[in-house]
Every structure is written in structure tokens, then in C-alpha cells.
Design a binder for this molecule. Sequence first.
Ligand code: XUL
Length: 526
Amino acid sequence: MAKLFLGLDSSTQSLSAVVIDLDTRKVIYEKSLNFDKALPQYKTVNGVLPNRDQLVKHSSPLLWADALDLLFAQMKKDKVALGKIIAISGSGQQHGTVYLNETTTETLLNLNPKKSLVENITGILARKTSPIWMDSSTTNECAEIRKKLGGIKFTASRTGSDTFERFSGPQIRKFYKTDPRSYEKTTSIALVSSFLASLLAGKIAPIDHGDGAGMNLMDIRRKIWNLDALKATAPSLSKKLPPLAEPGKVIGKVSAYFVTKYGLNPEALATAWTGDNPASVVGLGLTKPGMVAISLGTSDTFIGTMQKCVTDEEGEGHVFGSPAGDYMTLICFKNGSLAREKVREQYGLKDWNAFGKLVSSTPPGNNGAVMLPWFESEIVPRVNKPGVRRFNLDEKDAAANCRAIFEAQILAMRLHSQWMQVVPDCIYATGGAASNKELLQVMADVMNCSVLRIEVAKSAALGAALQAVHGWSIETGKPLKWEKITAGFTAPLAGSEIKPDKKAAKVYDKMIETYLNCESEALEVV
Ligand code: XUL
């Protein structure tokens, strides 16, 4: 019988499913359900509930539960062999919190398939809405927690990251401060990931080490709740948090609700879910320490895996647990594709080919010209006052400006990922701009290693399906190695390797100093 595994990903705007067949190494089904379109009654815009305060970004846990029902109904309609699914795992947008009351355990245990999930669980919420990762209304709480934990360096070394507005701890603190009564009625706090895992398992699910690390509450090295952080955040928090678990750990059989209603096998395993970034790490095949992927998207992200837990003293990058064991890092640069687009538009270039041609018409190192591409405020390094800065760079020179922006983006990645102490053997490039060979050559030269292109649709949902395989293999006493699990699912595109040019790499070894000086000078002025 085919061995099928289901991965789900509840992201900001949609819920996706990927079903894989382990024996044939094929993705046999993929589907996404857009929240705004499929469930307009929740009135979300791009998955977020409108709010007068621009800093406040909440969504609805009931919307996520409704989407789960709809997606299973769709899979049944599409004749997915749900009865053959062996295990299910998932991932969720990171950091978002769900507040549950004392009726939760009982309700989850007795989900009635004659009703919808929403009808079943409306009563379990101690707070109607959930703050999500886009929320930035907790600056005060961040400062309070950071201070109690001894500043940026210590907060990062204890919890994996400095305090950030979107992280769960500061969000929980704000809830406690602004609505202490509802906080008191909260008996269990879940993340988006563990909330959905709880619905599938019919019991309160643990929080995994991948997503738990995005809370400013977990001891990143010992992978247990950090009592100082809990104390700095809100009272009685240790009683309200579920246990922590390995990503993908089997937590039981799927709830009878899904068996009766959608035809899942009663023996199908429910596992702990993780965050969407940790799931993407395995979905992109980054299963060994030292593997790195750069995603060139709206924001550019640098994702790497590491064996030893090293944290960023400057507090710019994050360390999370990786589903493949060990650790992963996430460094997010806000000025990504929109900044590249601004330059392309400024010089009237009709497409990215034209942009790439101009880049390759200029020499590596750009004759000493440097641009700091802070079209918008920047996360890494922290720049609150946006502004593009040019050093030795003539604004009228289109080619030099095209090269300058991309060199700056990759030099910044090299510079601001040094704290990881990981020297990559090769880099997987993904996202829109990764189709541009000229840009990938710059990346290979600046990072001085080979770059391979990888295109995995729905990398988080695929990662979740692979995580289900991992959890199942451990449960059955025959743990599979991660390389075996991902083989055939996550290969980079054949023939896509771009090797660094030795001479160019030497130019960038020197230029990194110049770039650092330009950054420091600009940051002093800001
Ligand atoms: C990571 C983060 C986002 C969300 C998106 O720290 O906030 O990538 O996980 O879903």
C-alpha cells in the first residue's frame, strides 16, 4: 500500500496542503485555500483583521479552524486517498498566539463530527483574536522584558533572539497588561502551529523547538522553558504553556472527528507542528549543518543550519530549532525585491534580463562604488530612518547602480551572518530573482562558494509532510536519516550550479571592509 503523508501550512494568507508518496518520491497533491476568498465572512484583508491602529495586526483562530475543515472537505472532493495517509504534520506562521480557556481539553476530546470545527470550538477561546507576526505594537513590552533579562546580548543568548515586537512573549505580556482578567481566564496558550495540531490530535498539543524559539520564552540551548523569561513576561505563565517537544514528534492518533467526517485512517498519526521557517528549512533540503539558502523575495532572507548554538550578540538574527535536529538561523533583510525594483524602474529597464545585462557589463567590486539600499527602514542592520546612500557612485550611471544594489544586498548578508560561524559549502538560491544568472554570479562571487538554484513550490507544506515522515519513522522504531527522507523531493535544479570566480572573490574579500565602513558611517549619521 502506498505510504502517503500529509503536510499542512497555515500561513498569513492561506492554508496549504501537500501530500507525498514516500515510495515513489512524488508530491501527489497540492492545494491552497486563500483565507480572504474562501472565508469572506471573517472580513480579513490579506489574512489580517482590519484595525484602526496600524501597529496592531490580529487574525482569527476560528478562521484557521474553518479553513482546516474546508481544506479537508476539498481533499475529500478531490478524491485524495485520505484513508492511506499514515501521518500528518504541519507548520504555521510563526509567533502568533492563541488563548484558550479551561473547557479546551474536554472540548477537543469530544469534537462532534456532526458539527463544524468552529461550532465545536467557539467556546474554548479566552481571547477572540490572535496577534500575528505582523503586529508591531509591543515596543514597550520588548523593552521591559529585555531589561529584565539583562539587555540585547543576554536576551539573545538565552532565548535565541533579542525581544522583537512580533515575538510571542512580548505579545503575551501586552495581553496580560491590557486585559488581565482574560489573561487570568486563559489556561493554555498555543501558537498558530500548536493550535492547529491540537485540533487534529483532539488534545492540547506541545509547542515544538522550532516555533518555541520564536517566543522569547524558550531556553535555546537546553530547549526547556526559561523561567527567568517566563517571569519577565507575565505571572503564572509556566502553568499556561504546554510542554515543549521535538519538531514532528508523534502526539497520538488523529481525532475521530477527521476519521468520521473525512475518511482519515483511525491509525493515522498526529504530530507536533512547527513554524513555517523551520518547516521550509527541511522543505528546501537543508538537512545538514552548514547548509544555507538565500531566498530573494519581497524581503531577502538568509536561512542557515548550524550544529552548535551560536547567537547574535547584536540581536539582529534569530536562532530557532531545526526539524532536522540542531539549529537554524533566520536573518531577514527588508529591502529585497522592492528595492531592486525601484532601481530597475529608476533606469527605465523593461525587465530583469536588461537589469542582469547591465550588472554583467560592470566589473566585480564596481570600481569601488557602494550603495546602501535602504529604500525602506531596515531590519538588518537596524535602520529606522530610511534613505539610499551612495559612495563613489554616480547616480546617473545605470549599470553601476544596478550592480551596486545587488552587491550591497549580498555583502550585507555576508557581513551580518558572520556571527553564525558557518562557512557554507554551497548556497541554494530561491525566490523570484534567483532565475537571474547574472545576479547568482554576484552571489557566488561575494559569498565565495557555489550557488545552486532550487525551486520548491510550497516549501513549508512540503517540509511539514517530510516532518510527518520523520516523526512516523521514529515512532515505528526505525528512524530514517533526514537525507533519506528528503531525497528526490528537494533537489536543486539540474545544471544550475554557478561557481565563484576566484579573482572576483578576492575583490569582495577586500570590499567587505569598505562596505562595513560605509554602513558604520551611515549608521552614525542616522
Ligand atoms: C519569522 C516571521 C515570518 C513568519 C511568516 O520570524 O515572522 O517569517 O513566520 O509566516
